[in-house]
Design a protein around this ligand. Structure first.
Ligand code: G3I
Length: 392
């Protein structure tokens, strides 16, 4: 009997021994067998946890005890430029996702001219440290090269461009990238569509919303064993804007499932704003249950908590960020369909600065959205994540 690899457990697809048998019997992939069977996660002592796995209270070890994974977004340049930061990633993370190196503006700067060097570096790093690497992302309305934006006006040929690129990227990494955000951020109720679709997307304008179905079918054809995800944001908090986005996402997912589009997983980004809209545990729990009820797995893919609306005192901001983070994760990790958690960065030394000036911190104030501070010291949010994992 072959035990599922650590990577399969880290995918949180709950690879139980039964899934391994199911895979053997069906000749399918253990990933897909687990998605089908939803087997209970293995305890860590029966998996090949890496020798570099962190200490007993590292986030990666705490997550693995629950058959989950914890990881973060990072940039390839950090590997050579900041060994202290990279060591912190290795100590706490069992997964990484390229923050931008697998986006088409970087990977295909000109038609047919590819540059996967950044993603290759991160893939090697993940392999060296026995980490899962997520593929983010194949089809997005942003971070496209200028030539693609222009060419999308020539719709018929562009479908090939979209489909060919999916094949190029997925074939390059194979099982080294076992899960992909096939389509990212395709809903936008604020754009006025009656179904909440992102009708301003260049992909929607060129092909209508069939591009989403086509992208997932192509991904399944190219990589039958990969876990295929739809990833989006703005579904976590209370309030009409978030509620409209939850409705739109559920409508999208119900349609995909009803048409037998090969989707396995939903990425909920989890970019939270402290000192802002309230968080309602019951609303979010019901939303997760609705997704799980469609037979889909869930990963929290870009968790961070911006505190730009908080007071100047960092201790007050850190405490509120940690309290909100714990409340959010208690709900998320209580959902059996949730497979893991990635933060969008690991340390306040490097955090995503929103393009929208309205989302930037006041002059002279830096954001503190992540588990480690700028000196790589654990913050209350790190403890909140650890406690949520222990309690899950
Ligand atoms: O590395 C180049 C640098 O060489 C160049 O001089 C500089 C100026 O043009 O750009 C640098 O690249 C930037 C890259 O981040 C790395 O810092 C790009 O301009 C910038 O657009 C890119 O922004 C990323 C953004 O997605 C767009 O790809 C952010 O880092 C990244 O945090 C953000 O992540 C998104 C997720 O993919 C989807 N969910 C929302 C999330 C936050 O917006």
């Amino acid at each position: 009997m072959t035990y599922p690899s650590r990577r399969q457990v880290l995918l949180g697809t709950g690879l139980g021994i039964g899934a391994g048998i199911a895979a053997g019997l069906t000749g399918g992939s253990p990933f897909r067998a687990a998605l089908a069977t939803g087997m209970a996660p293995l305890s860590p002592d029966t998996t090949e946890l890496s020798s570099t796995a962190g200490s007993s209270d590292s986030l990666r070890s705490l997550a693995a005890r629950r058959g989950l994974f914890y990881g973060c977004a990072m940039k390839s340049g950090q590997i050579a430029e900041d060994p202290a930061f990279t060591a912190a990633v290795v100590a706490d993370c069992s997964a990484i996702v390229p923050e931008y190196e697998l986006k088409r503006v970087i990977t295909e700067p000109a038609p047919g001219r590819f540059d996967f060097s950044g993603a290759d570096r991160l893939s090697l790093f993940a392999t060296e440290h026995d980490m899962l690497m997520r593929g983010h992302t194949l089809v997005w309305h942003l971070a496209n090269p200028a030539w693609l934006e222009t060419a999308l006006a020539d719709a018929p040929s562009m479908k090939a461009h979209m489909l060919d690129y999916i094949g190029t990227a997925m074939r390059r990494y194979g099982s080294r990238v076992p899960v992909w955000d096939v389509v990212n951020e395709a809903i936008a109720p604020e754009e006025g569509d009656f179904l909440g679709r992102r009708i301003g997307s260049p992909w929607f304008r060129a092909f209508g919303d069939g591009y989403i179905d086509d992208a997932f079918h192509q991904a399944r054809d190219v990589a039958p064993d990969a876990v295929l995800a739809y990833n989006d944001y703005g579904v976590e908090m209370s309030g009409s804007w978030y509620a409209a986005r939850r409705r739109a996402m559920l409508l999208l997912l119900e349609g995909l499932v009803a048409r037998n589009v090969p989707i396995d997983m939903v990425g909920i980004q989890g970019h939270l704003i402290a000192f802002d809209k309230p968080f309602d545990e019951e609303v979010f729990a019901r939303f997760l249950a609705d997704i799980a009820g469609m037979g889909l797995k869930i990963t929290i893919t870009e968790f961070d908590i911006t505190d730009r609306k908080g007071p100047a005192d960092p201790a007050v901001r850190d405490a509120e960020v940690a309290a909100l983070g714990r409340r959010f994760l208690d709900v998320a990790l209580d959902c059996p369909a949730v497979t893991g958690l990635l933060t969008w960065g690991l340390s306040d030394r490097y955090f995503w600065v929103p393009d929208d000036p309205a989302q930037r911190p006041p002059e002279g104030q830096t954001l503190r959205p992540l588990p480690l501070d700028e000196n790589l010291v654990k913050k209350p949010l790190w403890n909140a994540i650890a406690d949520a994992l222990r309690a899950s």
